[in-house]
Ligand binder design. Structure first.
Ligand code: AMP
Length: 294
């Protein structure tokens, strides 16, 4: 493998790289990640490449988005492997700053997401998560100054909140989203899947299984958001998942859909053993689950 990518650790150096691209008339797209790269992340690189001349990928495990007692210290990290994967996929610059670089002093200024969108679903169990995400994403945008930034629909609530932030703060960046990439058994790829044991696997599969059941019920005519949510919940519970939430929500503002329409999204979260997993799928239209649907 002959490809290499530049590895940048400092904010100043990243800004210089961006300035060089600008002077050369080259557009930049950006893929923020926390590393432990897998095919889900790399699919975002492919999308990013289609939208700009250069791709910057950041690897930064952002402490501000982890709550007390969450897996910040155990979060998987393997920079050497990540750099190889990024280079092989054609990333031009990997930006991998230190905590001291991103948080040189205690953070007291935050990007606070709208409460009605951020304090539900994942925000119920992780009340400060999304302000941590939005704050670091704004910092990264300001450092990398991308023309386009690409986020996975795997983290659906996050993608909606980032889009909202970019719009309301009038950031000069276009937000693109990319479909969920799944393992061959339907489990949505996640760095946290590394925590799953062989015994956990059937329960982990129940998340995508629940989404398929909900999509089938919608196709068969069920329109009650409550009933569809309950169907997802029971599939997961029967497989031993400790369900955190299972809801049908509006695709744009995440509000609960009492009457489910074709633009509704089923969003689910639960614990399998000690691992917290999330997944989602549109009620109608094609999605990456279709590969596993009969
Ligand atoms: P993370 O490293 O978990 O913060 O994820 C970085 C980006 O990759 C986010 O935009 C995620 O939504 C996206 N991502 C993670 N897993 C997947 C997946 N299985 N399919 C598509 N995008 C993903």
């Amino acid at each position: 493998m002959s490809s290499r990518c530049a590895v940048v650790r400092g904010i100043g150096e990243m800004r210089e790289a961006r300035e060089r691209a600008r002077r050369a008339g080259r557009t930049v797209s950006f893929v923020p990640t926390m590393g432990a790269l897998h095919e889900g992340h790399l699919s975002l690189v492919d999308v990013a490449r289609r939208h700009a001349d250069e791709v910057v990928l950041s690897i930064y495990v952002n402490p501000a988005q982890f709550g007390a007692g969450e897996d910040l210290d155990e979060y998987p990290r393997d920079l050497e492997r990540d750099l190889e994967l990024a280079a092989a996929r054609g990333v031009d610059v990997v930006f991998t700053p230190s905590d001291a670089e991103i948080y040189p002093e205690p953070q007291t200024t935050w990007v606070e997401p709208p409460e009605e969108m951020a304090r539900r679903l994942c925000g119920l169990s992780r009340p400060t998560h999304f302000r941590g995400v939005l704050t670091v994403v704004l910092k990264l945008f300001e450092i990398v100054q991308p023309d386009v930034a690409v986020f996975g629909r795997k983290d659906y609530q996050q993608a909606v909140l980032i889009r909202r932030m970019a719009r309301e703060l009038q950031l000069p960046v276009r937000i693109e989203t990319a479909p969920i990439v799944r393992e061959s058994d339907g489990v949505a790829m996640s760095s946290r899947n590394e925590y799953l044991t062989a015994e956990d696997r059937p329960a982990a599969r129940a998340l995508s299984g629940a989404l398929m059941v909900v999509r089938a019920a919608f196709r068969a005519g069920e329109r009650s958001g409550r009933v569809l949510g309950e169907k997802a919940r029971s599939v997961m519970q029967e497989a031993g998942v400790r369900v955190e939430y299972a809801e049908i929500v509006d695709a744009d503002d995440l509000s609960p859909a009492l009457e489910a329409g074709p633009s509704g999204i089923c969003v689910i979260a639960g614990h399998v053993g000690s691992t917290r997993l999330i997944d989602n799928a549109p009620l109608a239209g094609s999605c990456s689950l279709d590969d596993s649907e009969e």
